[in-house]
Design a protein around this ligand. Structure first.
Ligand code: ADP
Length: 211
């Protein structure tokens, strides 16, 4: 029995958490046994690393060590949470996953993009999302939605975040069947409707191959 794996991605402020909550509610209403997680995080090691990566801003981290800390967190998340849940036939939904590293540390941070994918394949043990829901909007517009103190990554400025966004869009263009770009400038309900349609197709296909 294999479960399903969905991830939400995109720059901060685009509405990932908002949409993920509504999506998980819908999945549960439709009989899915849902496991929600966030990357980095989701395990004791992952939460400790998340604190270092995002909040200990006085601790210098070069792009490569930053990428590797994310990968260590993800490896533990896959081993402890995501892998077992998928094996048990559950539906896993993660706030961010590997493509975030590809965009932030790779495309925007200068780490070789193919290296990020390669290390990622080791960290995830080959576990890949069935579908990544990539919420997209202009960096300036997303920033207006964040009315809190910025973490290490968020505080890197517009130019950096534009490279991140372009990196996300490039990766989506390379793998449109795995990464769906969703216009996140619209109202919450319209965005959620698109997400349910896109995910519904994946659920139907997997369901029919399982039957
Ligand atoms: P992320 O998890 O991507 O950082 P959030 O879901 O936390 O984004 O949303 C950031 C802020 O924007 C929140 O205050 C949220 O209520 C608001 N928000 C989310 N989606 C929309 C939307 N479609 N239109 C307007 N505001 C939104």
């Amino acid at each position: 029995m294999t479960g399903l794996f969905f991830t939400f991605d995109g720059i901060d402020g685009v509405g990932k958490s908002t949409q993920m909550e509504l999506f998980c509610e819908w999945l549960r209403d439709n009989g899915h046994d849902v496991v929600q997680c966030r990357d980095p995080g989701g395990t004791p090691l992952g939460e400790a690393l998340r604190e270092i990566i995002l909040h200990e801003q006085e601790m210098p981290l070069c792009p490569t060590s930053e990428m590797l800390l994310y990968m260590a967190s993800r490896a533990q998340l896959v081993a402890e949470v995501i892998g077992p849940a998928i094996t048990a036939g559950k539906t896993v939904v993660s706030d961010r996953f590997l493509v975030s590293n590809v965009a932030y540390q790779g495309h925007a941070g200068g780490v070789e993009v193919s290296d990020v994918w390669s290390v990622g394949a080791i960290a995830t043990n080959g576990v890949r999302p069935d579908l990544t829901l990539m919420l997209d909007m202009r960096v300036e517009q997303a920033a207006t939605r964040l009315n809190r103190d910025l973490d290490r990554i968020e505080s890197r400025g517009t130019e950096f975040l534009n490279r991140v966004r372009d990196g996300f869009l490039l990766e989506a263009a390379k793998a449109p069947e795995r990464i769906a770009v969703i216009d996140a400038t619209r109202d919450i309900e319209s965005i959620q409707a698109d997400i349910r349609t896109l995910a519904g197709r994946v659920i139907d296909v997997k369901g029919s191959t399982r039957a």
